[in-house]
Design a binder for this molecule. Structure first.
Ligand code: SAH
Length: 356
């Protein structure tokens, strides 16, 4: 007797192997995956074209969602929705859905419960790392959002007929994705495969604060290569060590690794920079950043610090933000200011936590 497994932990090849062992025809695995990923039907009893013995096997041994939506928070400021997701072992993670009319909706997914990097201005790492998410826990975040939107279509700016509203994925929720690369890669296979969620890699962006060459190399070798965003936050190493204390690499190495990934994949490369008042947001800081990135042909996303509880940091005044952007633009660097979303429900960058 198999112990109870999670359906979403497995690729189709693995599911087929499990089905074969039970003497079920291989195509039944693909049929079941179709119910889960295409039709968002998670209860084997409702998978109408499966024979009773396959349904019984699924019910007894391969449950579909190990994680459940515990609470849903809807922003009154914009159409952002935050999901508090409870994992099978009682840990919590958060997933954010940013609905947009015109099909630009995005989901922000987590890869770890908690985070070990402990960026000075971010709450996700305050209690350290609880654990890596499993493959299924990563993939299920998208299933949950899609199913929720299907069931609540009218209230979330999504067309009634649009059964799978998630178009873009940003791997920018809780956790450092490149410390959970193996599980993330398998989840990306499920997310992008034709038999799975069938989403394009060009619509997926991974954000990392550490940018290690060895892990980027794993992505390249697997050919599951999302766009890359690198959380830089400082142009000099002393300051970066204070802001991102648990990153071993220095800035030169981070930039080198990021550029290597871009040349190996042809993917988009963006640097993220959180603007903190009196810390890293002066015109001089902007000049240093411009010198660092001038010839790199990259995009910069400025993120104005989002207030988090008990923080020593605050956002700079708007005129400093615009000045910072202006310095970069004058140096020929495409620079955007990221619009903050879902602030009233603590769903914005750096506000996600694993505590209920
Ligand atoms: N762990 C990944 C994804 C983090 S969230 C990473 O660090 O890249 C995405 C971005 O939000 C990161 O650039 C992160 O540094 C930033 N961020 C964290 N806390 C923030 C806060 N309080 N205000 C604004 N941005 C924040």
């Amino acid at each position: 007797m198999l112990k109870s497994l999670s359906f979403t932990d497995y690729t189709l090849a693995e599911l087929t192997g499990i089905f074969r062992e039970k003497n079920f025809p291989a195509y039944r695995a693909e049929q079941a995956a179709g119910w889960v990923y295409k039709k968002l039907v998670f209860s084997p009893g409702k998978m109408t074209d499966l024979p009773p013995d396959v349904k019984a096997f699924l019910s007894d041994n391969l449950h579909v969602t190990g994680s459940i939506i515990e609470r849903v928070f809807e922003s009154k400021l914009d159409s952002t929705v935050k999901f508090l997701v409870k994992l099978a072992d009682g840990n919590y993670i958060e997933t954010v859905f940013m609905a947009e009319s015109g099909g630009k909706s995005a989901v922000c997914i987590s890869t770890q419960a908690g985070c070990p990097i402990k960026c000075a201005f971010c709450v996700s790492g305050r209690n350290g790392l609880k654990r890596n998410l499993t493959v299924g826990e990563i993939a299920e975040q998208i299933l949950h959002v899609n199913a929720h939107c299907r069931d609540n279509a009218s209230s979330h700016n999504v067309k009634e007929s649009q059964s799978r509203p998630v178009r873009n994925i940003v791997i920018m929720g809780m956790g450092e994705p490149l410390l959970n690369t193996d599980n993330l890669l398998k989840a990306l296979e499920i997310i992008t495969a034709k038999w799975g969620l069938g989403m394009g890699l060009n619509r997926i962006t991974l954000s990392t604060a550490i940018c290690p060459r060895e892990q980027l190399d794993k992505l390249v070798k697997s050919k599951l290569v999302p766009n890359l965003a690198v959380s830089l936050h400082a142009a000099d190493d002393n300051l970066r060590k204070k802001l991102v204390p648990h990153c071993k690499a220095d800035i030169a190495e981070i930039v080198r690794n990021a550029k290597w990934y871009r040349s190996a994949t042809g993917k988009e490369l963006t640097f993220e920079y959180v603007l903190l008042r009196d810390v890293n947001s002066s015109a001089k800081d902007a000049g240093n950043l411009a010198r660092l990135l001038k010839r790199c042909n990259v995009k910069v996303n400025l993120i104005v610090f989002n207030a988090v509880k008990d923080s020593e940091f605050s956002p700079p005044p708007e005129k400093d933000v615009l000045k910072f952007q202006d310095v970069l633009i004058r140096a020929g660097i495409m620079t955007f200011i990221r619009q903050s979303r879902g602030q009233d429900i603590s769903a914005a960058c750096g506000q996600l936590t694993s505590s209920e």
